[in-house]
Ligand binder design. Structure first.
Ligand SMILES: Cc1ncc(C[n+]2csc(CCOP(=O)(O)OP(=O)(O)O)c2C)c(N)n1
Ligand SMILES: [Mg+2]
Length: 375
């Protein structure tokens, strides 16, 4: 039997669809463009800062995957308190949920007033109020976490949905299996987005799984599946929206496979020597999600060039302002490393043996930021 390749899976996902089914207003369509452009331009700025050695950790790009991150997150309902669990290539999803370029740049530059006060060097930060959970690196491990989060939504009778991102590589882990199986059995209001970008570090999809397509894994768990062209932001939105609606109406878990391509290496240090010649170029020239969306906006929705240019210049000035602001941010204080590591949930009384520690934190933390000392 013919082993299916990443390319086969990709071409079968380029399905035709009726653009009028998306239900998005013109304003929302332009907002999708804004978030994709913001994601790409902000990452380009981070690359500049990285080359100036101002970004001190690794830099993980989502070049070519902006539509999958933005379109899927856009399907959640922020007014209902929906929550997502991002990965390194989901900066776009975090921006949709309300993370700001200033937070992202401060975080990458490990500044003292960054969300994690210099203790983490990329987008591993979260904010439950805005609806994104702090991610961890361990592949697949956020699936059981989000199974638990969405089980709590169900037990409390809340009308909320959770979405967890995993890569093609993460689908081979035990944590993915246990988490998705548990969520399926409990009929949790959970959407599992599998970002099939063709590679896990240097491992291509053909060496990752013998499954014909990643969406087929849903059958084994007894859950619904969706598959979409992840470089088509509207298709991505629509497939994820169907899954979100299913979860909200009690239909349980959906596995959504989004087919895309990782145009950069795993991180900035990776020279992609394992990628067959011409592959990256082909995706860049023929399947760039932003180029494709510009075509759709101009041909099907009569959006003109000046409208898009004004969004581009708004994005540029937001990123310039955020960069200037972040450059002024202080480096972390050594004592910052000691506070907030074992935080009590704010609404709960601290345990008696932590009472003194918590009081010290409250006295010393700068109210305007996320826990940085004044003194
Ligand atoms: C359990 C586990 N094993 C190995 C790693 C090291 N690691 C980090 S990212 C990565 C590849 C991830 O590939 P994929 O899930 O396809 O996501 P992508 O990077 O393509 O978005 C690996 C092997 C890890 N973080 N956790
Ligand atoms: Mg991958």
């Amino acid at each position: 039997m013919k082993q299916s390749t990443a390319a086969d899976a990709r071409s079968s996902a380029s399905m035709s669809r009726n653009r009028s089914t998306s239900g998005l207003s013109r304003e929302q369509m332009l907002e999708l463009y804004y978030y994709m452009r913001l994601t790409r331009s902000l990452e380009e700025r981070l690359v500049n800062l990285y080359r100036q050695t101002k970004v001190v950790g690794g830099l993980f790009r989502s070049l070519g995957q902006e539509a999958d991150a933005v379109g899927s997150a856009y399907a959640l309902d922020r007014s209902k308190g929906d929550i997502l669990s991002p990965l390194i290539r989901n900066m776009g999803s975090m921006l949709v949920q309300g993370a700001t370029p200033l937070e992202v740049i401060r975080q990458y530059m490990a500044r003292g007033d960054s969300p994690t006060r210099g203790r983490e060097l990329n987008i591993h930060f979260g904010d439950l109020v805005r609806g994104f959970i702090g991610q961890i690196s361990h592949l697949g491990d956020m699936v059981p976490v989000m199974a638990g989060v969405t089980l709590s939504f169900k037990m409390r009778g809340e009308d909320r949905v959770g979405l967890v991102y995993v890569g093609d590589g993460a689908t081979s882990t035990g944590a993915f299996h246990e988490g998705i199986n548990f969520a399926a059995v409990q009929r949790c209001p959970l959407v599992v987005v599998v970002e099939n970008n063709g590679y896990a570090y240097s491992t291509p999809l053909s060496k990752q799984t013998a499954a014909r397509e990643l969406k087929d894994k849903a059958v084994g768990y007894g859950i619904a599946a969706e598959q979409a062209d992840g470089n088509d932001v509207i298709a991505t939105y629509e497939a994820t929206k169907r899954a979100v609606d299913r979860a909200r109406s009690g239909g349980g878990v959906t596995l959504v496979e989004l087919i895309t391509y990782r145009r950069k290496g795993h991180a900035e240090h990776d020279n992609q020597s394992y990628v067959p010649p011409g592959e990256i170029d082909k995706w860049e020239k023929t399947n760039d999600p932003i180029d494709r969306y510009i075509q759709v906006l101009s041909k099907d929705f009569a959006v003109d060039k000046t409208e898009l240019e004004s969004i581009d210049s708004r994005v540029k000035s937001e990123i310039d302002d955020a960069t200037d602001e972040a450059e002024k941010s202080p480096m972390p204080e050594p004592k910052d490393a000691l506070v907030g590591v074992y935080a009590d949930p704010p609404e709960e009384k601290p345990l008696w043996f932590r009472e003194g520690v918590r009081a010290a934190v409250e006295v010393n933390e700068r109210p305007a930021s996320w826990g940085t000392h004044d003194g």
